[in-house]
Design a protein around this ligand. Structure first.
Ligand SMILES: NC(=O)c1ccc[n+]([C@@H]2O[C@H](COP(=O)([O-])OP(=O)(O)OC[C@H]3O[C@@H](n4cnc5c(N)ncnc54)[C@H](OP(=O)(O)O)[C@@H]3O)[C@@H](O)[C@H]2O)c1
Length: 273
């Protein structure tokens, strides 16, 4: 436990799984009290109370919320305010995607994803940032993706929501440069979490290729957040991919991404001999 973090609190959305769960472990290790938000109450409770015991945290607060609901951000904020807890760090991590051709995918599902990936984190940021401004202190971490840098065929809405998060975060980071508040955007590549399965993309090349481990991704994001860096791309291959995307035309990046989001066809029988 780091003494300087005693009494500080982090709010993490999507803490029941994947990166969010790993963020919770890192913050708890360093002495932060936790507010964990997601839909899976039992998973949040198991994680939160275990971390509280392990690290002797003063308080752990579990908030069950479906962040695809337009009212959710305000309800989460009001619940935190009512409990009298000050949020020192906000981690907008919860997110989801949907795989498929845009003309075939379900619009209602996509509207929910835009709410979850963009409108809810924007509103949470607005509400908690205004409190941080009064204290001139705070940190915000937004989880975007390497697909923030390039078009994302077969996950067009998801890619667009992540491009939004990167642009939004970097603009805020600049607006806040004369304050003691920092905004960091984390851009992971394909990773070993529930994400692809939930997006209906478990069969794609991306999901079956080299995946980053959530522990490493969360550690990269956590370290960049603590240093107050604006953007962190997690992993060497992903870093290289974003550099290439700045040079190669978007149409070529789109073709590559489409290939990755397609299913690997079975090898022809004769080639298996
Ligand atoms: N894995 C990757 O390859 C990858 C790559 C780049 C970026 N990302 C981004 O990383 C973030 C975390 O994803 P992950 O990979 O850790 O995926 P994950 O294992 O599927 O975890 C997603 C988390 O978000 C929460 N969540 C999903 N829908 C929610 C809803 N409607 N309301 C509240 N919480 C919700 C889930 O909790 P409940 O189900 O309990 O609600 C879960 O805790 C996302 O923003 C994702 O877009 C992932």
């Amino acid at each position: 436990m780091k003494e300087e973090n005693k009494g500080k609190t982090v709010l993490i959305t999507g803490a029941s799984n994947g990166f969010g769960m790993e963020f919770a472990k890192l913050f708890a290790r360093d002495g932060y009290n936790l507010i964990l938000v997601a839909r899976s109450t039992e998973r949040l409770k198991n994680l939160g109370y275990q971390l509280q015991d392990e690290h002797e945290l003063e308080h752990v607060c579990i908030i069950t919320a479906d962040l695809t609901r337009p009212e959710a951000a305000r309800e989460v904020y009001d619940e935190v305010r009512k409990s009298g807890i000050r949020v020192d760090v906000l981690v907008n991590n919860a997110g989801a995607g949907v795989h498929g051709l845009f003309y075939e995918t379900d619009l209602e599902r996509e509207k929910a994803i835009m709410q979850l990936n963009n409108f809810t984190p924007v509103e949470l940021t607005k509400l908690f940032l205004q409190d941080m401004m009064l204290r001139d202190s705070g940190k915000i971490l937004n989880v975007a993706s390497v697909v923030s840098f390039m078009p994302s065929p077969l996950m067009a809405i998801y890619g667009a929501t992540k491009a939004f998060m990167m642009s939004f975060s970097e603009a805020l980071s600049d607006e806040l440069k004369d304050t003691n508040i920092t905004v960091t955007v984390l851009c992971p590549g394909a990773s070993n979490t529930m994400f692809f399965r939930r997006a209906g993309a478990a069969h794609t090349r991306a999901a079956n290729g080299k995946l980053s481990e959530p522990e490493e991704v969360a550690r990269d994001g956590y370290e960049a957040l603590m240093k107050g860096e604006t953007r962190i791309v997690s992993g060497l291959i992903n870093k290289a991919q974003t550099v290439v995307s700045a040079i190669v035309p978007d149409s070529a990046m789109a073709s590559t991404m489409r290939h990755m989001m397609e299913e690997e066809p079975d090898e022809p029988a004769e080639s298996k001999l």
